[in-house]
Every structure is written in structure tokens, then in C-alpha cells.
Design a protein around this ligand. Structure first.
Ligand SMILES: Cc1cc2nc3c(=O)[nH]c(=O)nc-3n(C[C@H](O)[C@H](O)[C@H](O)COP(=O)(O)OP(=O)(O)OC[C@H]3O[C@@H](n4cnc5c(N)ncnc54)[C@H](O)[C@@H]3O)c2cc1C
Length: 427
């Protein structure tokens, strides 16, 4: 257990000249001056940048958060918060509000197309391992406004929208960000910079950090219905993996809809995959006649930055890694990065050796490269319709669902409790 930060250390970290926080999420119009110096600049107000900024501020750092867009992102992307992530969000004081807005899922099922449940594992096996023995289905766009509101309530945080970080320069003690926006070009200096500027990260490119990886052969087709699938499939859990030689898919219960996720051939064009007749046929194999609200297709790829740090800059979230959406881990992993890097930076600002920063980043990189990517790939095995692989995967799932210890190990990993940073720094 780590020692809580004391008040003296917190005030040591704070910049004397930190400006008051803005009180709304509208574009910044340059109505108040920038502080000449911050402890940390965070680039990107996606879930990872926002959470990193909040954790830094909660540990006493003054933060400038730069977001290129004129408001928070609204795209529907990540939908799952794993128990390990809820623990971290809880430590930041933002889990409860998110829980109220999502769907609590306390069981995973594997089913066939005849409506039979082949195996089920209850999240109750995680009792004692986490405060939240369930997964939460909620859009990431429900979390980001909560984080922004918390940040805007803090005097030590300055949030700037329409502020694209264009250039990063550093010396041995500081890092300077040049950003453009409605107020013209501006510069700010800090002791560290957390680059959470997404998978196309300009900062990563500027630093010359490679982002090797590749696309998976299959893509994901997401189909949404507002009907309650439990009417057609009684006893359906909030997350169910349909595994059947005829057709496999995942079913996810969201607050106001259900999602079907199918794997489709990577070489098919969007038009082919989204052809309404083809989508109807696919859906009818699982729940005949259910209404379809919309369908979309997206690619799956895995890339990991060659290093997560360069000098006083650390990459986090999609800027550092992208992985397959199977298992719903990429944003969760990014939030874990944010938590771990915020703690490491706060520790260094508080007097810990500078290696703490590089070591924390290297540990986060190893999590993705050595655990998350190999793990999600092996868990997805058997969902592609290959009868032999399917039979093997189902036999193995049935066996582990019948064994409490193996069920615990499975859910511990699927919930990312094995790779999450440890809790324990006071808010
Ligand atoms: C369809 C889909 C489904 C997904 N489902 C899941 C799931 O179920 N579970 C899961 O864990 N993950 C999932 N993911 C992944 C998840 O959405 C991402 O991992 C997550 O959004 C990453 O957050 P981020 O903050 O790192 O990056 P982003 O959300 O990309 O945010 C980056 C922010 O930086 C800003 N920005 C960019 N450049 C600059 C700059 N130069 N200066 C300042 N700001 C800048 C952008 O405007 C943006 O606001 C899914 C992704 C997709 C596409």
C-alpha cells in the first residue's frame, strides 16, 4: 500500500501562478491568460487525457489540458468498463455517477443459436478482488463529461478547447508545447507532458516514435436494436457470446439498446458488409425478425508504440496503443495508463527519482504488448466459425465454467485485474 500524499507535498507540486479553471465546456476564447508554467501539460481531452489530468490534479499537480476539438468527442466507441477500471475511477471519486448511467452486468454467458446456454460465469467469483464484481456497459461519452466537470471545479487545472498541440520542444528540465486555436499561436511550459492525443498522435510522430502493428484479417460489424433481446432470448445475460457453427457473435446490453457484434471478412467492402439484406440475414440467424436501428463496420488493428516516453513526454491511451475491440480493453487499458503515469509523475514532482517516470511507462507498454494483445487474441479464438476451433473453444469454456478456481482466473484476466495499476494514493 502506498503512502498518501500529505498537504505539504501537494502544495510543493502546485504552481503558484496556476490560473482559475474555466467553468464550462464551451470553446476557450482566450478570456484569461495562460500561466507561464505548469507541472504537467496534457494533450487530448479523450477519456485518457481527462482522467490523467484529474488524477494529476488530485495528487497536487497544476495541469494545462489542451484539446484540439471545440468540445468533447461524441462518437460511440468504447462501451465496457471493467471492474479494475471502476476501482480506479472510484478512487478518483467518479465511479458512482457513471454506475447510475450504465448497465451492470453480473454474468457472462456462452450460448448457441438454439437458445441454449452452454456455459455461464458469474462475476461473483470476483468478490473480494474488487469493489465492483461486475462489468459496466456505458458509452465512454458518459464518462468524459463527468471527468471534465470534476476538472473544471479545480483551481489548479486549466482546460483549453480548440487548442491543438502543434509542437513539443524540451530541454533537460522542461517541456514546451506550442498550440494553435482561436486565440492564435500560444506556448506553455511544464515539467512533464502527457500525450493522450489519440491513435493518430501528432506528438508521437513529432517525437519520432514508431507505431508498428497491423490490421486483423476480420473487421467488426456492429448492429443496434432498441428492442429488448431478453423477450426473444429469455435469461440472456448482459454480455453473451453466441458460439455456433452456423453463426457466432457477441450480444451486449446497453442502457437503451442491444448491440450485436459480428466478425466479418476484412476484404469485404463497407457496402457489401452494410448491405441491408445481408445485415438482415445475419440478424435473423440470431434473433429472427428483430428490428434493426442501424449498423456500422469498423476495422480492428493492433499497434504499440516502440517506446512510451521521450524525455519528459509520456504517451498514454490510443496514442500509445490500439488493440482489437474484442474483450473491450483498449480504453480500459488507456485509463490504467493515465492512472499509472499520473502517479509516477506526481511521485517525481514530489521528489522520487526521475527513473520512476520511465519505469512506469515501460511497465504499461509491457502490459499491452505481453499480456493484453496475446490474451485478447487467444480469447477470441473459436469465434470465427471454424467448426473444429469452435468445438475446442467451447469444450474448454464449459470445463472452466465448471471449475470455480479457473473461472476466477479467467474473469480476473478478462476484467484486467491482473494488469491494472495497484490502488492506494489518496485523492
Ligand atoms: C468502434 C469502437 C469500439 C470500441 N470499443 C471499446 C470497448 O468496448 N472497450 C474499450 O476499452 N475500448 C474500446 N474502443 C477503444 C476506445 O474507444 C479508445 O481506446 C479510447 O477512445 C481511447 O481514448 P484516448 O483518450 O486515448 O483517445 P481519443 O478518445 O482518441 O481522444 C484523443 C483526444 O485528443 C484530441 N487531440 C488529437 N490531437 C490533438 C492535439 N494535437 N492536441 C490536442 N488534442 C488533440 C482529440 O480531439 C481527442 O479528443 C473502441 C473503439 C472503437 C473505434
Amino acid at each position: 500500500m502506498r503512502r498518501p500524499l500529505d498537504a505539504a507535498r501537494s502544495s510543493h507540486i502546485l504552481c503558484a501562478g496556476a490560473p482559475p479553471a474555466r467553468t464550462h465546456g464551451a470553446p476557450d476564447r482566450g478570456e484569461h491568460p495562460l500561466s507561464p508554467e505548469y507541472d504537467v501539460i496534457v494533450a487530448g481531452a479523450g477519456p485518457v487525457g481527462l482522467f490523467g489530468a484529474l488524477r494529476l490534479a488530485q495528487q497536487g499537480a497544476s495541469v494545462l489540458l489542451l484539446e484540439a476539438g471545440d468540445r468533447l468527442g461524441t462518437l460511440s466507441k468504447a462501451s465496457t468498463f471493467h471492474p479494475s477500471t471502476l476501482d480506479l475511477l472510484d478512487e478518483a471519486g467518479v465511479a458512482e455517477e457513471l454506475l447510475e448511467q450504465g448497465v451492470i452486468v453480473d454474468e457472462i454467458q456462452w450460448r448457441n443459436l438454439d437458445g441454449q446456454t452452454i456455459a455461464r460465469i458469474s462475476f461473483s467469483v470476483l468478490v473480494g478482488q474488487t469493489k465492483f464484481p461486475f462489468r459496466l456497459h456505458a458509452e465512454q461519452t458518459l464518462l468524459t463529461p463527468i471527468l471534465l466537470r470534476e476538472l473544471e471545479a479545480l483551481d489548479s487545472v486549466d482546460v483549453r478547447f480548440s487548442a491543438r498541440c502543434d509542437r513539443v520542444e524540451q530541454d533537460s528540465d522542461t517541456v514546451t508545447a506550442t498550440f494553435s486555436g482561436q486565440g492564435g499561436e500560444q506556448r506553455a511550459t511544464a515539467k512533464f507532458l502527457l500525450a493522450a492525443d489519440g491513435s493518430h498522435s501528432e506528438i508521437r510522430k513529432q517525437l519520432g516514435i514508431d507505431f508498428p502493428g497491423s490490421s486483423y484479417a476480420s473487421r467488426a460489424l456492429r448492429v443496434v436494436t432498441r428492442e429488448d433481446l431478453r423477450d426473444a432470448l429469455p435469461g440472456l445475460a448482459g454480455i453473451a457470446y453466441v458460439r455456433d457453427a452456423r453463426q457466432s457473435c457477441s450480444l451486449l446490453h446497453m442502457r437503451d439498446h442491444w448491440r450485436f457484434i459480428f466478425r466479418v471478412a476484412g476484404k469485404s467492402s463497407d457496402d457489401e458488409v452494410l448491405d441491408p439484406v445481408a445485415v438482415r440475414e445475419l440478424i435473423d440467424t440470431v434473433v429472427p425478425g428483430v428490428s434493426i436501428d442501424f449498423a456500422e463496420v469498423y476495422s480492428n488493428r493492433a499497434h504499440v508504440a516502440e517506446t512510451y516516453t521521450s524525455g519528459r513526454v509520456a504517451l498514454a491511451g490510443d496514442a500509445a496503443h490500439v488493440t482489437t475491440t474484442a474483450g473491450g480493453m483498449n480504453m480500459n487499458c488507456g485509463l490504467h495508463d493515465a492512472y499509472a503515469m499520473a502517479r509516477a509523475i506526481a511521485d517525481v514532482l514530489g521528489g522520487a527519482p526521475s527513473e520512476t517516470f520511465e519505469e512506469a511507462a515501460a511497465a504499461r507498454r509491457s502490459v499491452v504488448k505481453d499480456v493484453i494483445i496475446p490474451g485478447t487474441e487467444s480469447r477470441a479464438a473459436g469465434s470465427e466459425g471454424d467448426a473444429e476451433a469452435l468445438a475446442k473453444a467451447l469444450a474448454s469454456i464449459e470445463e472452466l465454467a465448471g471449475d470455480p478456481q479457473r473461472s476466477l482466473e479467467f474473469l480476473y484476466q478478462a476484467s484486467m485485474l491482473d494488469t491494472a495499476p495497484s490502488l492506494g494514493v489518496a485523492r
